[in-house]
Write a protein that binds this ligand. Structure first.
Ligand code: NAP
Length: 260
């Protein structure tokens, strides 16, 4: 199905690896020109090379998105390169897990600085461009924002804040012609997942297969997600065919979240 995204422009934050990388590759595959932003220049260059080798257009934007001007620079660089902006994917995020009593103020501040304030600042910088293009902000949250977990106090709080921010910004977007949506991913099999799997194997002295099965059982799902599934869904959401979807916060988690 032609999503009619060809020639449109996206900025994907946290696109050097994991979900962001998959999202950038998929959007480029749909014909979008893509700004890929993160800190690791070499990995970003790899993503850009992969896109250009397949005939697409992309630029690498190196920078720390937890810093005050990081998001603004990423938006400016994308618009400078491609002349407009149709889609902002706020994906960059890294929050520390662990015992609440051992997490420090700095851990909390870092978690919010990147994923929450980075998204807020990027949306603010992108807004006039998205208003002009009748574009969209897609915020990546996480299932931890819907179901509390003792070991994930920072990530869960950030993701819950992302969800409320999505609703509040969508309220403005209705007036300004900008769609604002969020997805709460469940567990996707990224590079980070492989590390979690390894930790599970080491901690519980399990084989890879047994650890994988136990993780599925803990999450009470039949399988975990593939990054390209999330990326494909975002491409669909960006299409005009789905333009009535506004302000929605969508769980994409294999059914992990049981709450209504
Ligand atoms: P990941 O593999 O750890 O990738 C995180 C991305 O963010 C990387 O590109 C990283 O690149 C970038 N990043 C980290 N710190 C940054 C900083 N200070 N400035 C700029 N970029 C920074 O994570 P992921 O698993 O793909 O997750 C992506 C998003 O989905 C996150 O928001 C995460 O909370 C959410 N999520 C993921 C899952 C999952 O199963 N994977 C589940 C729920 C929610 P550099 O290191 O190069 O900067």
């Amino acid at each position: 199905m032609d999503l009619k995204l060809s020639g449109r422009v996206a900025l994907v934050t946290g696109a050097s690896r994991g979900l962001g990388r998959a999202i950038a590759l998929r959007l480029a595959h749909e014909g979008m020109h893509v700004g890929v932003a993160a800190r690791d220049k070499a990995s970003l260059d790899g993503v850009v090379q992969e896109i250009t080798a397949a005939g697409g257009k992309a630029i690498a934007i190196e920078g720390d998105l937890s810093q005050l001007d990081g998001a603004e620079k990423a938006v400016a660089a994308t618009v400078k390169a491609f002349g407009k902006l149709n889609l902002l994917v706020n994906n960059a995020g890294a929050t520390k897990r662990g015992d609440f009593l051992k997490l420090t103020d700095a851990d909390w501040a870092d978690g919010f600085a990147l994923k929450f304030f980075g998204a807020v600042r990027a949306a603010r910088a992108a807004w006039p461009h998205l208003q002009a293009s009748k574009g969209m902000v897609l915020n990546i949250g996480g299932v931890g924002g819907r179901t509390g977990e003792a070991e994930f106090t920072i990530g869960g709080s950030v993701n819950a804040a992302i969800a409320l921010f999505t609703k509040a910004l969508s309220d403005r977007g209705i007036k300004d012609g900008v769609r604002v949506l969020a997805i709460h991913p469940g567990t996707f099999e990224t590079e980070r997942f492989q590390k979690r799997l390894q930790t599970h194997m080491d901690t519980h002295k399990l084989s890879k297969d047994a650890a994988y099965k136990e993780m599925l059982k803990e999450a009470r799902v039949a399988r975990f997600g593939a990054p390209d599934e999330l990326a494909g869904f975002i491409a669909m959401l960006a299409s005009d065919e789905l333009s009535y979807i506004q302000g929605s916060i969508i769980d994409m988690d294999g059914g992990q979240t049981r709450a209504i």
